[in-house]
Design a binder for this molecule. Sequence first.
Ligand code: CU
Length: 167
Amino acid sequence: MRTLAAFTLIPLLVACGQAETPSPDASETASETPVTPVHDGPRLFRIEANDQMKYNLEMIEVQAGEAIQLTLVNVGSMPVEAMGHNWTLLAKDVDADAYAMEAMKYKDNGYQVPDQTDNVLITTKILGPGEEETIAFTVPTEPGPYKFLCTFPGHYGSMKGILFVKS
Ligand SMILES: [Cu+2]
């Protein structure tokens, strides 16, 4: 009895599936084709910085040695003098508090410490409202957490996060 029931069920399901497929499938295929990303290029990230002194992403997981293209967008509306933002990725184990404290002294250098360039892996410039900048870099090969922050004076407390490199 059980075998018989299973046999009758299978043709039913197939028939059902076939009957339903034609129209939805056709439209899905049409809309999917153009947006299917087939590329071996860098992985893309978009980070927003806002007038509330926050990034929308505070944890980014990446693969060691991976190629990354990261776009920072200042989605705020306050003037750059009052609410500029950057995205600064520090080298491994750099003291982010100490770097932020020092960096705020260097307005003319985009709030980056001139004699500590070894402590910074990559950074955007300070962006004003509506501005964006895309930077490309290769993820370090040494796994673990790397800190990122905004070095605009007073922002480090709430604008920071971790780029976590997986081996
Ligand atoms: Cu900021």
